[in-house]
Design a protein around this ligand. Structure first.
Ligand code: IMP
Ligand code: MG
Length: 181
């Protein structure tokens, strides 16, 4: 696989190889299988970015569970915006349920805050979040993050579902924006 990729006007360098992402997902799946073994959780997938991570994770889950999706959007190009939009809402009854949100990345935490707010009157039993990647230096929320694949520097990344203006989601490895050129 290539060490560098170009998407639109930007170049990215390989950052986390596919096998390491697979190993991290396996580790997360083990934890989730253990923590939810006596429950029947709802996995809430945030479209579009989390679909690749969600599919990989779901294949490793042995627990009884259901999946539902929401579509939110806060990014424009390589910048997070203050405005999180709900493009597809939730139509699942969460009363009494444990809900596990699946995210591709947590950056400022705005999207996560928006999801928490959106679910606050849903009567759910317990809300947790599992994210493939997390940028601790960019995180501005106090909400706890429960399952993290990789804590990464505050630099823009693509691949494994993560995109630059819609491109790069299909890359099996994770790439980081090349700021050296
Ligand atoms: P937050 O609301 O600032 O935490 O940002 C979360 C959303 O921004 C993610 O679901 C991504 O869609 C997008 N995002 C944040 N950082 C990156 C990145 O490095 N690459 C691609 N998308 C990102
Ligand atoms: Mg996203």
């Amino acid at each position: 696989m290539c060490e560098r990729v170009t998407l639109l006007d930007k170049t990215f360098v390989k950052f986390i190889p596919s096998e390491e992402v697979d190993a991290a997902i396996e580790r997360l799946a083990d934890q989730i299988n253990n923590d939810y073994r006596d429950d029947d959780p709802i996995l809430l997938v945030t479209l579009n970015g989390a679909i690749v991570f969600a599919v990989d994770l779901l294949k490793k889950l042995t627990i009884r569970c259901k999946i539902t999706c929401v579509k939110l959007s806060s990014y424009s190009g390589t910048q997070s915006t203050n405005n999180v939009k709900s493009l597809i809402g939730l139509n699942e009854d969460l009363r009494g349920k444990r809900v596990l949100v699946l995210e591709d990345i947590i950056d400022t935490g705005r999207t996560y805050g928006h999801i928490t707010e959106m679910l606050k009157d849903s009567g759910l039993k317990d809300l947790r979040i599992a994210t493939m990647t997390y940028k601790p230096d960019a995180y501005k929320s106090d909400l706890p993050i429960h399952y993290v694949g990789f804590a990464i520097p505050d630099k823009f990344v693509v691949g494994r579902g993560l995109d630059y203006d819609g491109y790069g989601r299909n890359l099996p490895d994770i790439y980081q924006l090349d700021t050296s050129i």
